[in-house]
Structures are given as structure tokens and as C-alpha cells.
Ligand binder design. Structure first.
Ligand SMILES: Nc1nc2c(ncn2[C@@H]2O[C@H](COP(=O)(O)OP(=O)(O)O)[C@@H](O)[C@H]2O)c(=O)[nH]1
Ligand SMILES: [Mg+2]
Ligand SMILES: [Zn+2]
Length: 218
């Protein structure tokens, strides 16, 4: 009985996710689901990308947090249209919340919406939220075994960003192992070594992003 209820919620979530996808396709707006642990660098990566591509595309952000609006304030300071989603304890974002928020944005003024998901390597991966594609961040200090331990996150992502790569030498981070583990669960994954702090590796990631965004906008 319990299992059946969970299944129904998932199906409902998938329906809403499909509705969002259709609506955004009509508007030619690209939705990107950014996931990773607390502190992996989700906010830093999003702001770095917007700084780099801000002349090319018009960005909006949905900030998912259990509580507070610290990250939304950072976006607001940068002049980026932002909505803060507080889940009040829930550890992932569901499609229904995104559908509820989208009318707050002027779609004719946007090309790309980043969703910063709740910091968590587990259940955010289980919920589609109408995204065109996903970026999963694994930061170097988290360790090189996390792809093995949290396979769904890395199996379902389009890009794997190894963030804080400026710290690689201090953490005995075995990049080859991480890439092998990622390709094992996700042969098509694109992997980028990035430092949101120094900007290293950001150009390669942005090149990949532009191709994905152009596809949605065309
Ligand atoms: N050294 C280093 N620190 C980073 C990098 N990216 C983020 N940080 C730091 O990591 C901490 C958490 O970053 P934040 O973007 O807030 O992570 P979030 O919780 O995933 O949104 C902050 O102190 C950032 O300055 C990076 O590439 N290199
Ligand atoms: Mg953040
Ligand atoms: Zn959850």
C-alpha cells in the first residue's frame, strides 16, 4: 500500500514535469537543474556561468533551499531575476513547485532559468522538474568515491562538473577513478574539471552549455 502511494506521487510529478517542459519549449526558455551536495559550489558555479554568458543569454534563477534566502540575495545583487523556493524541510524540489513559480518570471525576457536544487546527492535525482538537462556537481573535497556511493545522481545527469578543481592536489583526488565510475553508470556523461573560484575550466563547460542552450532556443 505504501509503495503504491509513492509510485502515484512520482507519476504525478512526471506529468507536471512534462507540462513544464512543453510550456518552456513554447517559450523557447531553457531550464537547467543544478544539483550537488551542500557546499559543492552550486551557487558559485551558477554565478560564474552567468558572469561569463550574461551578454549572450538572459538568465533567471530559482533558488531551492530548505530555509532562508541567502543565495537568492546574491542573485538579486547581481541584478538577476530570482525566486526563492523554501521547501520547509523537504530535501528535494518537485515539479509542482516549479510550475507554481514560473508565472513569476516574464518569459519573454528570459532565455535560461537555472534551478539550484536542494543540497543533497540523493533524492533530487529522482524528481524531474521540467528541466531540459541536468548538471551534477561533485566538488573535490567531497572525495573521489561519491559516484559509486550515489550512483543515481551521476547516472541521470548530462554533465558532471568536478568543482573546486583548484583543490585537487590537496585532497588526493583520483580524477580518473571518478570519470571511470561516472562513465560506468552513464556512458554519455560530459565531464568538466572546473574551479568556480579561479575560472579554470569554465570555458569548456560554457562551450558545452551554449550548444545545449542553442538547441532549446532554436
Ligand atoms: N576553492 C574553491 N572554493 C570554492 C569553489 N567553488 C565554490 N567554493 C567555495 O565553496 C563554498 C560553498 O560554495 P557555494 O557556491 O555556496 O555552494 P552551494 O552550497 O553548493 O551553493 C563557498 O565558500 C565558496 O566560496 C571552487 O571552485 N574552489
Ligand atoms: Mg547555494
Ligand atoms: Zn528528498
Amino acid at each position: 500500500m505504501k509503495i503504491k502511494v509513492v509510485h502515484q506521487i512520482m507519476e504525478w510529478n512526471e506529468d507536471v514535469s512534462d507540462e513544464i517542459k512543453k510550456e518552456l519549449a513554447r517559450e523557447k526558455v531553457c531550464l537547467i537543474n543544478v544539483m550537488g551536495s551542500p557546499g559543492a559550489g552550486k551557487t558559485s558555479l551558477i554565478t560564474s556561468i552567468i558572469n561569463k554568458l550574461g551578454d549572450k543569454y538572459r538568465f533567471g534563477v530559482i533558488e531551492g533551499d530548505i530555509a532562508g534566502q541567502i543565495d537568492a540575495e546574491k542573485m538579486k545583487e547581481m541584478g538577476i531575476p530570482v525566486v526563492q523556493l523554501n521547501t520547509d524541510g523537504a530535501c528535494h524540489i518537485e515539479a509542482m513547485s516549479i510550475q507554481h513559480i514560473l508565472p513569476d518570471f516574464d518569459m519573454s525576457e528570459l532565455d535560461v532559468i537555472f534551478v539550484e536544487n536542494i543540497g543533497n546527492l540523493v533524492c533530487p535525482a529522482e524528481f524531474n522538474i521540467g528541466e531540459d538537462f541536468r548538471i551534477a556537481i561533485l566538488s573535490v573535497p567531497e572525495g573521489d568515491d561519491k559516484v559509486c556511493k550515489y550512483p543515481l545522481m551521476f547516472a541521470t545527469t548530462d554533465a558532471l562538473v568536478l568543482n573546486k578543481y583548484d583543490m585537487a592536489e590537496y585532497f588526493d583526488f583520483d580524477t580518473e577513478r571518478v570519470i571511470n565510475d561516472a562513465v560506468d553508470v552513464n556512458p554519455d556523461v560530459s565531464v568538466f574539471k572546473v574551479s568556480s573560484k579561479t575560472g579554470d575550466g569554465l570555458s569548456e563547460l560554457c562551450e558545452w552549455l551554449c550548444k545545449k542552450i542553442e538547441k532549446v532556443m532554436s
